[in-house]
Design a protein. Sequence first.
Length: 207
Amino acid sequence: MAYICTDCGLLTSDEVIDPRGPFVVCPACGHGQPFVRPPIFAVTGPSGAGKTTVALRLPPLLPECVTLDTDVLWGHLPATPDDNFRGYHDTWLAVASAISQNGRPVVLCGTITPEQWEATEHRRYFAAAHYLALVCDDELLAERLSARPAWRNAGSPEFIAKMQRFNRWLKAHAATTAPPIDLFDTSRRPVEETLAHVAAWVRARLP
């Protein structure tokens, strides 16, 4: 984010994060501005695994956090595969950092992988990033996507195959990403069980 030093007034994007405060340190005058540096939480997974439902129904179960669906800004912010959507995710982390200054950590629900967040400028504003992927059986994923309204364009063979590939990738690589991704299989589980699991997963990682 563009940082304005509260001491010398410098506008910069080269501020340094000192975790001992934590402080945002001005590169010109060395002034350290205290800020809140909480963990950040990602609930990821393929379309059809349950992310949107979590984003909509988790807030009453996890009032100590702010839960947001990253799709709400899709189409409104630049997003390109040329940088692995880094700019899009960096903007979301900047928003999440600003929200968290009010004392409530942020849970972002969307298609997120660790490499997309860990390489961003604003990842350093968080003490840790935790990743939870919702996955399910490929056949069930296809059923869920095919049952969606036509306007969502989720039932095409191409889209279903793409989501199934991501679903399988998460299952195969979750343990080896940096940091690793925790998995929760939503196949044939009631929504309430998924919501309870996500809430407990977040709470276990709060400071």
